[in-house]
Design a protein around this ligand. Structure first.
Ligand code: NAD
Length: 328
């Protein structure tokens, strides 16, 4: 099976490409190595995919290029059986400063892929969407019928992209699924995320810094559970044409997360509170019934288990990863 993974030098795409290669698929990664965060992490992601291919019957090819380049996208999709579209301009806060770039990459880039997938008749188009499409909660947990009123340009761009994917499925019979991820974490995660930050500070004897009063809630979802959900879509067609929540079943407050990490690393540390950023969502919480019903989704990791795995990985990779977290 040949699988095109866009954004495959990034966190989630990197793990996806690695898993596909380990499972002996032929993986092509398209990524422009966007300098949104340090490129060292992207290099580690690429090397993880290459290593997985060396240890299996699969292959791994990295193409440096942009999803906004329609010609390149068309050429790459022509050889693919599946497309897993993870490339995006990510991050809620920076989208407030530069909304147009989010539109160009996240919406136009997705349309380039959708056009090519429709014309080539690929097996399935799977795209990364986000809990940010929901906006302010009218009720929680969010199920997929919850109104979508994003409160950031990032959320708006992800919503537009997933709506196009579902429309292409409806109008052109393109098998397409959008997975709405809820705060994914794990090895090689973006260095500017709360979990990497808390872990790094605690390892350096510094209290974790919480923005706001810490009662904001999140579904922190461990990367392996996200990858498992994606893998199911290699053979499962029940979700075609739909956007599906992929969260954890373990919704927690940020201060509980910080406490859990602090307790696992250095229980003597305090917690520190600073001013909250307006663009941050107050609460996100996924109803995962539809994912369970259609994809057999059953996340394996509690927050305690996922954090423990991440801390183990962090300790093994501290020499190169920690400086990136510290400077982010
Ligand atoms: P990431 O930033 O680590 O990965 C995105 C990758 O896309 C990067 O390697 C980047 O270089 C690449 N990219 C950016 N613009 C590109 C372009 N124009 N052309 C080609 N490649 C480009 O982010 P991530 O955390 O791995 O997120 C992956 C996907 O999941 C994104 O679509 C994101 O919106 C979505 N998502 C992530 C989370 C999360 O918690 N990490 C939550 C919800 C949704």
């Amino acid at each position: 099976m040949q699988i095109l993974v866009t954004g495959g030098a990034g966190f989630i795409g990197g793990h996806l490409a690695q898993r596909f290669a380990a499972d002996s698929h032929d993986v092509v990664v398209l990524d422009n190595r966007d300098p949104f965060y340090d490129l060292d992490i992207k290099q580690h992601n690429i090397e993880a995919g290459q290593a997985a291919a060396r240890n299996s019957d699969g292959s791994y090819e990295f193409i440096e290029g942009d999803v906004r380049d329609a010609e390149l996208v068309t050429d790459l999709v022509a050889d693919a059986d599946y497309v897993y579209h993870q490339a995006a301009q990510a991050g809620v806060r920076p989208s407030v400063k530069n909304p147009r770039k989010y539109d160009e990459v996240n919406v136009d880039g997705t349309l380039n892929l959708l056009d090519a997938c429709r014309d080539e008749g690929i097996e399935r188009f799977v795209m990364a969407s986000s809990s940010s499409v929901y906006g302010k909660p009218e009720y929680l947990p969010y199920d997929e019928q919850h109104p979508t009123t994003p409160v950031s340009p990032y959320g708006a761009s992800k919503l537009a992209a997933e709506r196009y994917a579902c429309a292409y499925s409806e109008v052109y019979d393109l098998p397409a699924v959008a997975l709405r991820y809820f705060t994914v974490y794990g090895p090689r995660m973006r260095p500017n995320m709360a979990i990497s930050n808390f872990v790094s500070r605690c390892h350096n004897g510094e209290p974790p810094v919480i923005y706001g009063d810490g009662t904001q809630t999140r579904d922190f979802t461990y990367i392996e559970d996200v990858i498992d959900a994606n893998m199911t879509l290699l053979h499962e067609d029940a979700a075609d044409g739909q956007a599906i929540n992929i969260g954890s079943t373990d919704n927690i407050e940020i201060k509980t997360l910080a406490t859990e990490i602090r307790d696992q690393i250095d229980p003597d540390l305090d917690l520190v509170y600073e001013e909250r950023h307006d663009a941050d969502a107050e609460h996100t919480h996924a109803a995962t019934d539809r994912a369970e019903e259609l994809l057999g989704y059953d996340p394996d990791h509690t927050i305690r288990e996922g954090v423990a795995k991440f801390i183990d990985w962090y300790r093994d990779n501290r020499d190169w990863y920690e400086p990136l977290v510290r400077q982010s």
